[in-house]
Design a protein around this ligand. Structure first.
Ligand SMILES: C[S@@+](CC[C@H](N)C(=O)[O-])C[C@H]1O[C@@H](n2cnc3c(N)ncnc32)[C@H](O)[C@@H]1O
Length: 408
């Protein structure tokens, strides 16, 4: 159901499951273009890049597919109401007019996430409260009962977005954010967000046409994401049925199953014949990585080593190396600069022209100690940490001569 404002009223526009509607895929800073590519590949139309999000159009099948297969989306939202509100009363009245009973059952639970900007609605929590009041008042007056709020595990998650006087209501079709892939049974000390890992792999150009190596793999997130790409395993294959759209009134089990089956049929249907290796100095995190790999049944595809990175050669042949070393934030290292210097030395000594190295870090001072010129520097966020994702191209032979000190 899309609701639009006509002649000052908020009115619903019905659409069957085959009809197209607008959606918003949320992502992380810097991943907008790669997410747009993912959506384009699965048939999305009218794609528009937004700030940490991509707008696109498609039908319900695309909504299911985007949730199931997008590696760099955090959630897929479906806008269903848009109107203008110049004060709280107008917000309440317009929300009250929406035919919520077409969306929700009276005995369901719901929650509202809100973001506001501009001078009219300055408290997002208060705007969400007004919205909640209007919804429950409408139910109470029409049915004598009301749905309840559940901030943990609601049947319906709504996003309320207000920019100045422009109000948009969206239904969150994903529920839990899509980085919750369902495979993290073992947790390391500082695991990287799965969507961040998947986006880094895409930016690094991982196409599963060479070896992959993470010399500081922790619980193995980059390894698993890389192996999932190599084996055509959908991003949410291990998530089970944990999608909010399954609780929607318009949910069509047959169509969801057919989309899922179509995607699952591609699993293993690849020519991947390379090696994926992980290494970490900490035996306990390697144990967690092993658990995750066993759970995903990718343990035969990924080899793990325990040891310090400077003692471990990468696999032979062309190898993409993507890694997430300690930044000194969650993992305290006594001499972080010294560690990054050792990393640079290892790149020069053990990795050759066959290797391309990508590394993410928020410690800009430590990064200078790698002593190599990055050929790419991409700003990314790891949680709230401002990071750089750097690419280092390496050479054989007179390697050292080609390396200059990184600019101070
Ligand atoms: C930020 S964590 C990596 C997290 C990983 N990406 C994950 O998702 O779990 C950094 C890892 O570097 C490892 N480490 C620290 N010093 C190391 C060294 N000298 N050699 C190899 N690994 C090291 C730590 O044990 C830790 O697991």
């Amino acid at each position: 159901m899309i609701v639009q404002k006509q002649n000052g009223r908020v009115v619903p526009v019905e659409g069957g499951s085959a009809s197209k509607f607008k959606m918003i895929a949320k992502t992380m800073m810097g991943f907008e273009e790669i997410l747009a590519d993912e959506l384009r590949e699965m048939g999305a139309s009218n794609i528009e890049l937004l700030n940490r999000a991509v707008a696109f159009e498609g039908d319900m099948r695309l909504l299911y597919r985007a949730n199931y297969t997008c590696r760099t989306a955090l959630s897929i939202l479906k806008p269903f109401a848009e109107f203008e509100a110049n004060n709280e009363q107008e917000l309440y009245d317009n929300i009250y007019r929406i035919r919520w009973e077409k969306l929700l059952d009276v005995d369901c639970t719901f929650m509202i996430d809100s973001t506001t900007s501009g001078e009219i609605f300055t408290h997002s929590y208060y705007a969400a409260l007004k919205t909640k009041d209007a919804i429950v008042d409408r139910f109470r007056r029409n049915f004598g009962k009301r749905p309840t709020i559940d901030t943990e595990n609601a049947d319906y998650k709504f996003n309320l977005h207000i920019a100045d006087n422009h109000v948009t209501l969206l239904m969150n079709s994903s529920g839990d954010t899509l980085n919750k892939r369902g495979y993290r049974v073992g947790v390391g000390v500082a695991p990287i967000n799965e969507v961040l890992a998947a986006g880094m792999l895409k930016l690094a150009g991982w196409k599963a046409d060479c070896n992959f190596y993470d010399p500081m793999c922790g619980s193995g997130t980059l390894l698993i994401e890389a192996a999932m790409v190599a084996n055509n395993i959908p991003a949410q294959y291990y998530r089970g049925n944990n999608f909010a759209f399954r609780r929607w009134k318009e949910f069509n089990l047959g169509e969801w199953k057919s989309v899922k089956e179509q995607e699952d049929r591609k699993i293993g249907n690849t020519d991947f014949d390379y090696e994926i290796w992980g290494n970490d100095i900490d035996p306990q995190v390697i144990e967690q990585a092993e658990k995750n790999l066993q759970f995903t049944k990718l343990h035969k595809d990924v080899m793990l080593h325990i040891g310090s990175f400077e003692n471990q050669e990468p696999p032979e042949g062309r190898t993409l190396i993507v890694t997430n070393p300690p930044y000194g934030e969650r993992i305290k290292i006594e001499d972080l600069n010294g560690m990054y210097e050792k990393l640079g030395d290892t790149f020069k000594r053990l990795y050759g022209a066959n290797c391309e190295v990508w590394l993410i870090s928020s410690d800009f001072e430590a990064l200078k100690h790698i002593g190599l010129h990055p050929t790419k520097k991409i700003p990314l966020l790891n949680g709230a940490l401002d990071c750089r994702f750097l690419k280092f191209e390496l050479y054989d032979g007179s390697r050292k001569a080609k390396y200059q000190q990184a600019e101070q």
